[in-house]
Design a protein. Sequence first.
Length: 233
Amino acid sequence: MLDVEYIDVSYNGAQVLFNVSLFVEKNEFVTLIGSNGSGKSTLLMTISGILKPSKGTITFLGEDITEKSPRDICNMGLIQVPEGRKIFPFMTVKENLELGAYLPKAREQLAKSLENVYELFPVLKERERQMAGTLSGGEQQQLAIGRALMARPKLLMLDEPTLGLAPKIVKELLEKLKVLKQRMSVLLVSQEVYQSLRVSDRTYVLENGRVVLEGESKKLLEEESIKKAYLGI
Ligand SMILES: Nc1ncnc2c1ncn2[C@@H]1O[C@H](COP(=O)(O)OP(=O)(O)OP(=O)(O)O)[C@@H](O)[C@H]1O
Ligand SMILES: [Mg+2]
């Protein structure tokens, strides 16, 4: 579904990603981990088309999207949940969700999508008329994901959606992402290494802008280097 091949990415001449390759298959849940500054967000922004690689190609659904605009990439069904829960605080939960269905194709299916989001996140249904800014942190994060789902993604990308949430909420949210992969592919950037590896199919480890390890999440959980560097055991 998504194929990133040998990309280099720089900010004003300072190279941040080196020869990075990664793929995500249909209905696959892939996690991307790595320490602060290793280039995870940069990689997601490059896939979204916001940053352009100086070398390499990105293919989505068999089409070369390396030179496409973020808008065109979005239209193809590659949707990223923005960082920091960028919801509209003075609009209701329902209005925020409706805004997610801005693409013509998604608009046609708005009612059905809304039903699906409410099924996945019942709390949003309960609070549908509440101002989004008054939701708790965990609820706001569900709203941000729900809004991305309204765009009917084929591949959903999330950059640290569990940041700052209580452990119990983190676990619940990651379990929900696992449910989503029945309907789409998921690419998750996460600092919750243990929990993310438990729910995902495959994982990439990024260090200093390079993929240093890749494999089945279950196997990486057993890997000594992962245990030492990320799990504190
Ligand atoms: N707009 C920018 N201009 C210049 N350098 C940048 C810019 N954005 C990020 N960088 C640098 O690129 C490197 C990778 O940053 P990136 O945000 O991709 O890392 P990350 O893995 O997402 O880190 P974190 O876990 O802290 O979110 C860092 O050294 C960062 O300082
Ligand atoms: Mg980041």
